[in-house]
Structures are given as C-alpha cells and as structure tokens.
Design a protein around this ligand. Structure first.
Ligand SMILES: NC(=O)c1ccc[n+]([C@@H]2O[C@H](COP(=O)([O-])OP(=O)(O)OC[C@H]3O[C@@H](n4cnc5c(N)ncnc54)[C@H](OP(=O)(O)O)[C@@H]3O)[C@@H](O)[C@H]2O)c1
Length: 328
C-alpha cells in the first residue's frame, strides 16, 4: 500500500482509505459486529485513513470507530470526520462558533479523543464559501486545540475552487470516479499548486462500478440507493454519482471487457482513481471485512495502460458525461 503525505498536516496516510458511512446508516442493515470487523480488516490491510461524519447514524459510525480503536490499542489511524449536517436547516448562519464548537465537542466524545485530526464542513450551502468569517472560526478552533486541521466536503467543482482561496483549508473531499471525471479538468492542478489534499469519495459510484448490480437488483427501504434515487433525501449526486441507474448499468457493461479475469471490477475502479497522482486518498465504503480487504488490495494492482485509460474516458464521454458533467 502506497503512503502519501497528507500535506500541511505533516501526517501520512494510505492511498486507499475506509469510508465509514455504510457502517453508520442509510445502506440497509449493517450489523455492528460486521462493521467493527470491517474496520479491523481495513487497518490490518494497511489502511490508515478513515472518513466518517457526525451524522452517519447520528454518531453511530464515529462510536463504532472509537470501539475498534479501543479494541486495538496502539497507534490510531488518521480519522477525518465532518460537521454541519446536524443543523435542522442548512444555512450559513448555522455555522456559528457556538454550533461548530458543539458539533466538534460531540465528535470528540463519540471518537473518544482529545483532538480531531480533520473536520470537514459537510457539503454546506454554496453561499457559505463566500463567508470568510466561517473559515476564521475554524482557524480559532484549530488554535484552541480541539481540531488539528480542517477541510471541506463539496458537491461541486466550483465550490472546491472557491474553498481553496482560504489558506486554512487543507483538504477537499469530492466525488471522483470513472463516472465523475470533471474534477480532472482544472481542480486537480490547482489543488496540487496550493498543496491541498484531495479525498476521492463515492469511488465505486455507490457500488455500481463493482459490476454486481442488475436491472432487477432490489435495495432495502432504508438504503439510499432506493430512497434517494431521485434526490428525495439529499443531493442526488451522492447516489450512484447522480448517474441514472440504467444508464450506469449500460456503461458498466462497456467497462467489463476491459477488466482482466484475475481481478474484480471494484478493484479495477479503485485502481483507475489511483492513476491520478493529485488524489491523496480514495475512500471506498465497506460494510464487511471482505469488502474492506478487497478494497485495500486494489492498491496492489499494476497501473492501467494508456489504452485502457483512454477507453474509460471514451465510455465516460459517450455514455455518462451528458448526465453529470455540467451538473457538479
Ligand atoms: N457528503 C459527503 O461528504 C459524503 C457523501 C457520500 C460519501 N461520503 C464518504 O465517502 C465514502 C465512500 O462513498 P460511498 O460509501 O457513498 O460509496 P462507494 O464507496 O462508491 O460505494 C460503497 C458501496 O459499494 C459496495 N462495495 C464496497 N466495496 C466493495 C467491493 N470490494 N466489492 C463489491 N462491492 C463493494 C458496498 O455496498 P453493497 O455491498 O451494499 O453493495 C459499499 O457500501 C463514504 O463511506 C463516506 O465516508 C461522503
């Protein structure tokens, strides 16, 4: 597993991380035993970066991570969490010093630690990026020692570009996978220039890029792949990367022949992301130890050939681009 500098934090992280949303909520039933075992499997496989949020199961994901850390003892991985989505209404005013401090104090308690490695504003309203005072508040929270660093998790490339104008922003989390290629255009270069880390989320397009779904696959009522398919609960881009399900299935069939028999489509999809040096860490979600281990193994695959990279780009341009490119 390659290890990368997490820029200005002075920490190092594995290029494959662990996305801890599914172990918290919104992905159908995941039992806690599997969830904690998945965390152990990830860390045993060399993963040293975990992404969570205070709202995943209303703190359940954070508490499961704390449980796994207690069971292991020893060195903690880099744990990134998020704040802001506990607000009943998403408004800039909600990101007050008082609210941010309360969210952070709660995450400190859930994660059973004294300082948070990284707090990311959790897809705040676009207008927030035009309010420097919010970033000043985060600077004060770093000074207070409650958080070591902060970043943002964005929906759109333009939000990322604006966020990078604030020097305290050390990382940007954004959807990036073979079905979401716009970040490559300008954002990657600028992030590199500014020494801002990129956390690639939804790397498997919510599992679509694993190639295991069919037209008649059924998702549980409490799985966002059913209840948010049209953006009913949150931004539709978070579910299957915003690609209409059937369109995604057709594109997957065009990718499948590019994947050689001794690997899986999920590992191939992750290896595609690792081809982009600007990405610091990709954070596939995993609901059990087998998935966590398989995702870590993607880092061992050889690089994809230029021809394969071009084929994937062609599939994106013809099948996917019209649905997502100018939207996020
Ligand atoms: N707004 C935000 O900031 C935000 C939004 C979304 C996600 N995130 C972060 O990004 C992380 C990753 O995104 P995501 O979880 O939404 O989507 P993802 O990583 O694209 O997909 C995860 C799903 O793919 C399936 N999967 C995982 N590994 C697999 C494997 N090896 N083989 C086959 N299937 C596999 C699992 O679902 P099944 O087994 O159920 O099919 C898993 O729950 C999240 O956990 C979270 O930390 C942040």
């Amino acid at each position: 597993m390659r290890v990368k500098d997490f820029g200005r934090t002075g920490r190092k992280v594995s290029e494959i991380g662990f996305g801890a949303w599914a172990i918290g909520a919104a992905w159908g039933e995941v039992n806690d035993t599997d969830a904690v075992a998945a965390l152990h499997a990830a860390l045993d496989s060399g993963i040293t970066f975990i992404d969570t949020a205070d709202v995943y199961g209303d703190g359940h994901s954070e508490r499961l991570i704390a449980r796994a850390m207690t069971e292991r003892g020893g060195e903690r991985p880099f744990i990134a969490t998020k704040a802001g989505r506990r607000l009943p209404v998403q408004s800039v005013e909600g990101f007050s010093t008082e609210n941010l401090t309360a969210f952070i104090d709660r995450s400190l308690e859930n994660l059973a630690c004294d300082t948070l490695d990284l707090v990311q504003l959790h897809c705040p309203p676009t207008d927030l990026y035009y309010h420097p005072e919010v970033f000043d508040r985060l600077d004060r929270l770093v000074e207070s020692g409650k958080i070591r660093a902060y970043g943002v998790s964005v929906e759109r490339v333009e939000e990322a570009l604006k966020a990078m104008e604030y020097p305290g922003v050390v990382s940007i989390q954004i959807i990036f996978n073979a079905f979401r290629q716009r970040p490559i255009e300008r954002f990657f270069d600028i992030a590199r220039e500014k020494n801002v880390e990129i956390i690639a989320r939804v790397p498997l397009a919510s599992g679509l890029l694993s190639g295991k779904f069919k037209r008649d696959t059924e998702f549980a009522a409490n799985d966002h792949r059913l209840f948010n398919r049209n953006g009913e609960a949150f931004d539709v881009g978070e579910t299957f990367s915003g690609v209409p399900y059937e369109v995604g299935l057709d594109a997957v069939e065009r990718i499948r022949p590019l994947v050689s028999g001794d690997t899986t489509m999920a590992k191939f999809a992750l290896r595609w992301i690792l081809m982009f040096d600007a990405v610091t860490v990709a954070i596939p979600g995993a609901r059990n130890p087998a998935q966590a281990r398989a995702n870590a193994e993607a880092a061992e695959l050889p690089p994809l050939s230029p021809d394969t990279m071009q084929e994937i780009r062609g599939i994106y341009d013809t099948c996917i681009k019209p649905y997502v490119h100018q939207r996020w």
